[in-house]
Design a protein around this ligand. Structure first.
Ligand code: 5AD
Ligand code: SF4
Length: 441
């Protein structure tokens, strides 16, 4: 028997990259690769990269500089760059770092096996096309390995919104939705392999409009109701959503579908209408707030999460204050906030930038407010009952960590607990980043 080749994948950025890395590992599994967590052992290193902010993109080059040194010890080592930096920079990556053998954009992952063979033969392999064929169909996993209790499943990719700051429409391309039947097949397959919770992924997941079983356009809500009927699947989540695509049927599903968890990531980016307009967000602060009211009317205990950008070009102190006011009003259980980062090729890159120190100071103020809100919402869980899906052992002996319905991490010490258990838990304490609980039955 030949010894398997070893593959080391490092994943940056969003959850879709996590999903894509799993698919790439499976695709290369067919070429005799097994995954390793040690870069030093690898025959092939893949960096699955993120281009959303400058820092994320630059990290790739410093990491490549380090990886290059491994080639001295192991001349057969192949180094590949995948993901959004690969898509955005293409052949430039090989020019800047000649140790790179392979560059593959997110729409071409199904072509990895041929590209790997080309790289093994000593040629450079580059593919940043947007091909017609269905990459997901060609990336189907075989053999079918067992999975953990929670999995991602991409249902939609790309974005047609063109927010003025964002590279996603360029790196991931136009919005494409997978047919519902394919999504359902993949979900059933995941459940057979041990999965109990599925998070549906898309850059604009609530704009999902894949073909339904009869060929007509489906909505995300219809897809969720079909998934609701999959036996053995206990929980459904989805991310990331755009406020303008929160359709009535999706809002209603939050109140009516028991498997749909009470958590919604709904980025608003800014609370100032002037900034929102310049961001090309095509919604106002007030319309967002009214939308949140409707969602809360359907599901009063829903936990809201958001994304914020501070220091967007020409943002004034008054604009920033409007963002703080919006946060005060919504009360987020979770939020991600970023200092605006200039992305080449996007409309906002041409505009007057906000002073870096002012932006830093605003980010700190915003994060302080968010952290306070998060902590209050988390602390308010103490005494409540929730169901926890246990995912992995905790740091202490006999302890397991899982996720509550509201996506809080919950630690429970009980030697009977197994990975994949879904149990009723009473929340008994709240720490910096997680809750403590006790089993109820
Ligand atoms: N600068 C800072 N943050 C950005 N995001 C997207 N583009 C940029 C940028 N140029 C943030 C947005 C988005 C999240 C995924 O990343 O808040 O919702
Ligand atoms: Fe980027 Fe806006 Fe599309 Fe989200 S909706 S991916 S922020 S362009």
């Amino acid at each position: 028997m030949t010894t398997p080749k070893k593959l080391f994948i490092k994943t940056y950025g969003c959850q879709m990259n996590v999903y894509d890395s799993e698919r790439m590992a499976e695709a290369l599994g067919g070429q005799g690769y097994v995954e390793t967590s040690e870069a030093g052992e690898a025959d092939m290193i893949l960096l699955n990269t993120c281009h959303i902010r400058e820092k994320a993109a630059e990290k790739v080059y410093s990491e490549l500089g380090r990886m290059k040194a491994l080639k001295v010890e192991k001349p057969d080592l192949k180094i590949g760059v995948a993901g959004c930096v690969a898509q955005a920079e293409g052949a430039e990556i090989m020019r800047r770092q000649p140790a790179v053998d392979l560059v593959v954009g997110p729409q071409s992952y199904h072509r990895l096996p041929e590209m790997e063979a080309k790289a093994r033969a000593g040629e450079k392999a580059l593919d940043t096309d947007f091909p017609e064929e269905d990459k997901f169909e060609r990336l189907k996993s075989r053999p079918k390995a067992a999975r953990g209790p929670s999995a991602f499943l991409t249902v939609q990719e790309g974005c047609d919104k063109f927010c003025a700051f964002c590279v996603v429409p360029y790196t991931r391309g136009a919005e494409v939705s997978r047919p519902a039947a394919r999504v359902l097949d993949e979900a059933r397959d995941l459940v057979e392999r041990g999965v109990r919770e599925i998070t549906l992924l898309g850059q604009n997941v609530n704009a999902y409009h894949g073909a339904g079983p009869d060929g007509s356009d489906y909505t995300l809500a219809k897809l969720i109701w079909d998934l609701d009927k999959v036996d053995g699947l206990e929980r459904i989540r989805f991310t990331t959503s755009h406020p303008n695509d929160m359709t009535d049927d999706l809002i209603a599903a939050h109140g009516e579908c028991e498997k749909l968890m009470p958590y919604l990531h709904l980025p608003v980016q800014s609370g100032s209408d002037r900034v929102l307009k310049r961001m090309n967000r095509s919604h106002k602060a007030e319309s967002y707030l009214r939308l949140i009211e409707r969602i809360r009317a359907a599901r009063p205990d829903i936990l809201l999460s958001g994304d914020f950008i501070v220091g967007f070009p020409e943002e004034t102190e008054a604009d920033f204050q409007a963002t703080l006011d919006l946060i005060e009003e919504v009360k987020y259980g979770q939020a991600y906030s970023f200092k605006y980062s200039t992305r080449p090729g996007t409309p906002a890159a041409e505009r007057a930038q906000v002073d870096a120190d002012a932006a830093d100071e605003r980010l700190q103020r915003l994060q302080l407010l968010i952290t306070t809100q998060q902590r209050m919402i988390q602390d308010a869980m103490v005494g409540r009952t929730t169901r926890v899906l246990f995912e992995k052992p905790g740091r202490l002996d006999g302890q397991m960590v899982g996720k509550s319905e509201h996506l809080h991490a919950v630690h429970v010490a009980d030697p009977s607990l197994q990975r994949g258990d879904l149990r009723r838990v009473q929340i008994i304490g709240s720490g910096t980043n997680s809750l403590q609980g006790a089993l109820l039955d």
